[in-house]
Design a protein around this ligand. Structure first.
Ligand code: GLY
Length: 579
């Protein structure tokens, strides 16, 4: 018995009972998803795009329906999110794309992280007192790194896509040109940043109405300048952005705003294909981002430490489990402060950090009955960030290819500065460098000299598009926004699936915790029982029940020929598109 070809795909985790009835029939004795769970994934058979915004996910799905592959869909979604999800979808930012190529049975990672302009120096954000000037670091023209998104998406398309770039970009161009109705989620996203967006004349023009108000839900929003910029890229590829009219406008805006990005910086920008990092957790292979992201290394490091415990016996989100999880997180984030940086500028001991023997030594430091204060935790010898915004989407096609892509402007709406005539926001990714190495940044994360500012260097990231393989086949792909929260959100999502057999919707929905070594705070989402929190406090943890959520994953699990999608319900607007 088989599922109808045009299986119904629904918003988020809500699936029609009828679909489930058919899925249940088709799966006979062992259902592909646990029907006993409160959270259920959406199901499709041939192709799926899970992302933070509906229109862009549907555009990606349309590429799959036309016969395109997962890379075509990912590139189409990436350009479309620049139109429909401006808080993090972008042309002016950067990111990391992890690709599984079914035909070659190999994985590759496209690093399109921004670079520091050549003129950037290590004291760029320090004032006369030697302290970080937050305005300059986060919301000035100097906070923008050389954008990598266009180079990354075009490189992915050229090397691994199957449709012409112009075809893949056409829906994003139409969306910008013809406009679309402002959704509730977009209305809320703009409202949250309206005050700061209003400070920049071009951003105000783009995102607010003539009276400076947030556009109402249902207002048709057109972005003709952005349509023009996208058109240039569709025609000329990367040159349509990094040289010519768009580049000239970026440079002119830099000159007007005392920024650093030059024509040479833009022309010289290169996306880089890198080997992902790989490790094993029990029967699973976990593949993720290498430096200049810290994400993959620390996910593997924490998994290696936790592999030595019987997590199921502890019980999911029990005090014992959270205690060991938090202690492992502290050790990993301490290492992050010392060892992680752009590998093209600083040697990063990747193999040592993800070595099982190193994890064993680190595990020995964890005391089962006492939280180690962060002041007693130091980077090992091998040897934040706040909730910055970013976004993630995941794609799977009928050929077996999978794409897991995380990209960002850093903060929601980046630097909140738009480049006149382009419809495009500038990132504030330079804030991901250690502006004052060795000193806690305004969010408490301490970073070392290795991540200090230097022309041409990529700032350290936490972005972690990740895939888990079982029996040599892709089984789960996910990723999340959230600055330093990305690593722990992705980690817990895949751990919930690997160690606790949760279906992907449940794995994404369960309450999360986060510890980043400094500040010495165990942040927990609502939903962990007060009894458990009391036990954790008794162990010595400084428990902080977050008034906000941690991360927002977009995931696909591949089970016995089915695609199971879960968009995290922690924020509005996410969508699972499939067929
Ligand atoms: N800007 C967030 C990150 O790269 O981790």
């Amino acid at each position: 018995m088989k599922l109808t070809r045009h299986l119904i795909i629904l918003l988020g985790i809500c699936l029609l009972p009828a679909s489930f009835a058919r899925a249940q029939e088709s799966a006979a004795e062992t259902p592909i998803i646990d029907f006993g769970s409160r959270f259920l994934p959406a199901v499709a058979r041939q192709g799926m795009v899970v992302g933070p915004e509906r229109l862009a996910a549907e555009i990606g799905l349309d590429m799959l329906r036309r016969g395109g592959n997962a890379v075509d869909a990912a590139v189409a979604t990436g350009f479309a999110l620049a139109v429909s999800y401006p808080r993090a979808g972008n042309l002016g930012g950067g990111g990391f794309m992890l690709v599984h190529l079914a035909e070659d049975n190999r994985q590759t990672l496209i690093d399109y992280r921004e670079t520091a302009p050549a003129a950037a120096t290590c004291d760029l954000f320090l004032n006369d007192e030697g302290e970080v000037d937050q305005q300059r670091a986060y919301f000035s023209h100097k906070s923008a790194g050389v954008p990598g998104t266009v180079a990354g998406l075009v490189l992915a398309q050229e090397r691994y896509g199957t449709l012409p770039l112009s075809e893949v970009m056409a829906p994003a161009i139409a969306l910008a040109r013809d406009g679309f109705e402002i959704s509730f989620a977009l209305n809320q996203e703009i409202a949250a940043r309206a005050e700061r967006l209003a400070l920049n004349a071009e951003a105000r023009k783009l995102f607010l109405d003539a009276e400076g108000r947030v556009p109402e839900v249902g207002t048709v929003w057109q972005q003709p300048d952005l349509a023009q910029t996208l058109q240039q890229i569709a025609k000329q590829g990367r040159d349509g952005f990094y040289t010519g009219d768009v580049a000239e406008r970026i440079v002119a805006e830099m000159q007007a705003g005392d920024g650093l990005i030059s024509a040479a910086d833009l022309a010289g920008y290169q996306a880089i294909e890198r080997e992902p990092v790989r490790g094993r957790f029990r029967d699973f292979e976990v593949i993720s981002t290498p430096p200049p992201s810290s994400g993959g290394i620390h996910i593997l490091q924490i998994l290696n430490i936790l592999e030595g415990y019987d997590l199921q016996a502890m019980g999911h989100n029990s005090a014992a489990y959270i205690h060991h999880l938090a202690e492992a997180m502290k050790l990993a984030y301490a290492d992050r402060s010392r060892y992680l940086a752009d590998p093209d500028f600083e040697p990063v001991p990747v193999a040592d950090l993800i070595d099982k023997a190193y994890a064993e030594r680190q595990r020995a430091l964890i005391k089962p009955g006492r939280a180690t204060p962060s002041s007693e935790v130091a980077p090992g010898e091998v040897l934040v960030d706040a909730s910055h915004d970013t976004t993630h989407y995941t794609v799977a096609d009928r050929f077996g290819n999978v794409v897991s892509n995380t990209y960002t402007l850093n903060f929601s709406f980046g630097s909140h500065i738009a480049v006149p005539g382009t419809g495009m926001l500038l990132n504030n990714e330079m804030a991901d460098f250690a502006a004052n190495p060795g000193q806690p940044n305004p969010f408490g994360l301490v970073e070392g000299e290795a991540n200090s500012i230097e022309g041409g260097k990529r700032p350290l990231s936490s972005m972690s598009p990740t895939m888990v393989f079982r029996d040599g086949k892709p089984w789960l792909a996910t990723g999340s926004p959230g600055g330093s929260l990305i690593i722990t959100s992705v980690l817990q999502t895949i751990l919930n699936a690997m160690a606790f057999d949760m279906n992907i919707a449940t794995a994404a929905a369960e309450p999360r915790v986060h510890h980043q070594w400094l500040p010495d705070k165990l942040v927990v989402e609502q939903g962990i029982s007060p009894d458990t929190l009391e036990l954790l406090r008794a162990l010595g943890h400084n428990v902080d029940v977050a008034g906000r959520t941690l991360g927002r994953t977009q995931s696909i699990m591949l089970e016995r020929g089915y695609l199971l999608g879960a968009t995290d319900t922690r924020r509005p607007g996410g969508h699972v598109a499939g067929y």
